[in-house]
Design a protein around this ligand. Sequence first.
Ligand code: FAD
Ligand code: NAI
Length: 328
Amino acid sequence: MTVPIAIIGAGIAGLSAAGALVKAGHTVHIFEKGKGPGGRMASKRSNAGPLDLGAQYFTARDRRFVAQLQQWQAQGCVAVWAPTLYQAQGGQLRPSPDEQTRWVGAPRMSALTRAMIQDLPAVYGCRVAEVFRGKEYWHLLDAEGESHGPFSHVVCAVPAPQAATLLAAAPKLAAVAAGVKMHPTWAVALGFDKPLQTSMQGCFVQDSPLDWLACDHSKPGRDSSLDTWVLHATSEWSRQHIDLSHEAVTELLYGAFAEIIGCAVPVPTFSLAHRWLYARPASNHEWGALADGDLGLYACGDWCLSGRVEGAWLSGQDAARRLLEHLE
Ligand code: FAD
Ligand code: NAI
């Protein structure tokens, strides 16, 4: 019998690790608490069509990620998004073009993680509560009290605060994960019947409750009957308003948006708020991934490198590399 490797979390880090392990001939089994893959790169289904409420776009600076992107582009699950960019600072709005190539999943952000997971065995709606060692192998206990296993190794690909609990069997790794602070982000989507009278498609914002806003349907392949916008609050504002109702957050961020955008903003016909509790690590690290090769426990995620899509993918690659090296 081949004992599979458990991957906890179907975000891009977990799927990156899973893909590399499968490529090396291993069997993996993925456990995800959400309804599908994607994590912070998931797209939210809504009356206004699918919306990218988490990751907005990603850049590629590492040659390995650049090479991977070329493959995804050939598969058709990513595309370049070249928005008309602005920046808003101290109440002043001005165009802010640059040369940076920015990528998005196409026709929605979640298309990328859907393509990555393919037909790998995965269980959704399964929140893993505990990772424990049996006589010889690892087992997982989910929040419903059901146990899963056996597994030869476990890769925890979840945000650091959640990894800290799951890594209890490896106290050193758990302590490192517990030391990583992650900041929240409130996201709001708005939909307007008529397009707003602006050429802006993305805007980096300072001196406001918001730090980013984007015209969601300006991204390639997005099909919506409404003019859809996604607004992100700063970490600080999100922390200060963490327990505010969705309605109140929508109202406040709509107000901040109307102040910035420099054109008339009617009442939206659609609105939606989403709170990301663990949106971004407070700082970057250079760990690649965390590993206890003798135990067979690994952790990866954006928090092990940079709090970006590229960092998460690279971290998953690193977890897989270290696991494979330990087997040699
Ligand atoms: P995640 O995507 O968080 O995946 C972890 C998965 O584990 C999730 O699916 C979760 O449901 C699952 N999980 C957690 N606990 C358990 C458990 N106990 N049992 C089972 N499953 C569990 N990056 C960029 O590069 N560009 C951007 O523009 C950008 N904008 C962002 C905007 C926002 C609002 C947010 C929130 C993030 C943004 N990011 C951006 C960051 C980027 O989304 C993340 O760095 C990346 O998606 C993290 O991937 P990951 O696999 O490490 O974690
Ligand atoms: P990037 O290179 O486009 O942006 C990095 C930063 O540079 C921007 O945040 C912005 O401050 C500045 N910048 C870039 N281009 C600019 C321009 N034309 N005009 C003015 N300022 C500009 O992308 P990178 O490095 O891949 O970063 C990812 C993005 O994801 C960042 O914007 C980051 O803030 C965001 N992010 C948001 C999270 C959240 O929870 N809201 C979590 C993780 C990342």
